[in-house]
Design a protein around this ligand. Structure first.
Ligand code: AMP
Length: 521
């Protein structure tokens, strides 16, 4: 099947050729003809499958006729995060080079004024996160009664992030006669219910099993002690040992750990940025652009911030924490090994991670091999007891390629000790992983690297070298707030340490005084 068979306009076909695509991906081949027939579509597909073009290409074709009116967008695309929304805009820019369409991005964290001006000019395509869209609506700057086509993208993520009530409100504001395209990577019962509610006689298209991981990804578990400093130490050695590391995404379960780990790695000489929901939009954009351009080869991220990001060639994914939700594992490691490329995914596993790990292996339907022996081997070496000495093991599950992948470089500048550790754990000159991920850092003496002592960075560190220091966004409704809280405990990023119940340990004195009830005369 070729793009020409799908019914797309000539202008769109030219843009597709210019983008270098030779044939449609399965989701595109299945969905585009139905979209052009103005059918509702329920698309079950993950990011990385070409699903964005599956709706942007036919939308461009359909929008060639007609004109936008002030404050009344013709089409509306809802995305759960700002980054995903921005990515959809990039798609319209890429495929819409031959069109003169007004595309507006309505997301939180940036000023209303520019967005108001864009809406006033008339919008063919409005791409928005739900919270900011409702803000504009409530301020009277937007009417949704002209929407002919509605796209709800990443519906399962919308659910996780607590956006469903907002989505339900928005859907009530768009005409009943609209066409609706609904995409989700997974179809839990609540999403099925929404699909039933929002879609009229939809065409269901589905690609790849939602729980599948790409076969091009080498997945390994890495045994580690459970203390933060032990995990950071293990991660550093892992990164330095990866000779083929071009760029890597490092996932943490908690936002605060993202910031902490980024600072720690930076202080150890790695060129690393951070991406999490508490950073303001500018800092998020800088971090992401730096990583995308290759300027910053390592990015520490939280699940919500990194979900669905299209970074085509990520060589490595490191799970600093085993994700609590098994589907997050699939999403995380899906950042690497895209489009048939080779990818590597390492997951640090400590004691207490067994249940999460078991859930992941059940979901993906296969056991994940250990890199250097499991946790019992770790106990033998004493590392689990907090002794983070570089381990010496000849055994590897990565096969014959392993020795070649490991650098045998100098040890004086690294944490790997000469002759003691695996070659790759020395910070070697030949190690591309070490070299590319590290900025020019002062060589350290071995005494500074006494592993039992926490690295200098792990005390509060002032500023990150690459990413702008994370700062809190101005609190506002919509995405910013939702990214922080999430309803009913579903939100992945809410797990930010113990939250005091009620007033916590502190109860003001006036509340402890006995209540005096006066009797009425
Ligand atoms: P998405 O799933 O929309 O995030 O797309 C993932 C990546 O696939 C993006 O980098 C697209 O540019 C790319 N892509 C989309 N359609 C095609 C295609 N037909 N052929 C090759 N690459 C594509």
């Amino acid at each position: 099947m070729s793009f020409a068979d799908l019914g797309l306009s000539d202008k769109v076909l030219q843009a597709v050729t210019a983008a270098g695509y030779t044939e449609p991906t399965p989701i595109q081949a299945q969905a585009i003809p139905h979209v052009l027939e103005r059918r509702d579509v329920l698309g079950i597909a993950q990011t990385g499958t070409g699903k964005t073009a599956a709706f942007t290409l036919p939308m461009l074709t359909m929008l060639e006729n007609g004109r936008a009116r002030a404050r009344m967008p013709r089409t509306l695309i809802l995305e759960p995060t700002r980054e995903l929304a921005a990515q959809v805009v990039e798609n319209f820019e890429r495929y819409g080079t031959n069109h003169k369409l007004n595309v507006a991005l309505i997301i939180g964290g940036v000023s209303f004024a520019d967005q108001d001006a864009k809406l006033m000019r008339g919008t063919d395509v409005l791409i928005a996160t739900p919270g900011r869209l409702l803000d504009h609506f409530e301020r009277g700057k937007l009417l949704l009664t002209g929407v002919e086509l509605l796209v709800i993208d990443e519906a399962d993520r919308m659910l996780d992030m607590g956006f469903i009530p907002d989505i339900e409100r928005i859907v009530k504001m768009v005409p009943f006669t609209r066409q609706t395209l609904f995409f989700s990577a997974t179809m839990p019962p609540e999403i099925e219910r929404l699909a039933d509610m929002f879609l009229h006689n939809p065409q269901r298209v589905e690609v790849a099993r939602p729980a599948s991981t790409a076969t091009t990804i080498v997945q390994r578990l890495v045994a580690t002690g459970s203390e933060g400093h032990e995990k950071r130490d293990r991660l550093r050695r892992l990164i330095r040992g990866e000779a083929e590391l071009n760029n890597g995404l490092i996932f943490c379960n908690r936002k605060r750990d993202v910031a902490l780990l980024q600072k720690s790695l930076a202080s150890h000489g790695f060129n690393v940025a951070a991406l999490h929901g508490d950073m303001d939009q500018r800092a998020r954009t800088i971090a992401l652009d730096g990583f995308r351009s290759g300027e910053v080869p390592l990015l520490v991220a939280s699940d919500v911030a990194a979900r669905g990001l299209d970074i085509p060639a990520v060589s490595h994914v490191f799970n600093f924490d085993v994700p609590h939700h098994p589907e997050d594992y699939v999403h995380r490691i899906g950042r690497t090994g895209r489009a048939g490329r080779a990818g590597n995914a390492f997951t640090l596993v400590g004691r207490g991670d067994d249940r999460s790990l078991q859930a992941i292996e059940t979901l993906i339907g296969q056991p994940i091999p250990w890199l250097d022996g499991d946790l019992s081997a770790l106990a033998e070496s004493g590392e689990a007891e907090g002794e983070t000495r570089t381990r010496h093991r000849g055994r590897s599950t990565r096969g014959t390629a392993e020795p070649a992948r490991r650098s045998r470089g100098r040890s004086a500048s690294g944490e790997g000790r000469g002759g003691e550790g695996r070659g790759g754990e020395a910070r070697g000159g030949e190690s591309r992983g070490g070299a590319s991920a590290r900025r020019a850092a002062p060589e350290r003496s071995r005494s500074e690297e006494v592993e039992a002592a926490p690295p200098r960075a792990e005390a509060p560190v002032s500023v990150a070298p690459v990413a702008a220091a994370p700062s809190r966004s101005r609190p506002e409704r919509g995405e910013d707030r939702r990214q922080d809280r999430g309803p009913r405990g579903r939100h992945r990023e809410e797990d930010d340490g113990a939250t005091p119940v009620g007033l916590g340990a502190h109860v003001p004195a006036f509340l402890l005084r006995p209540a005096v009830v006066k009797k009425r005369k």
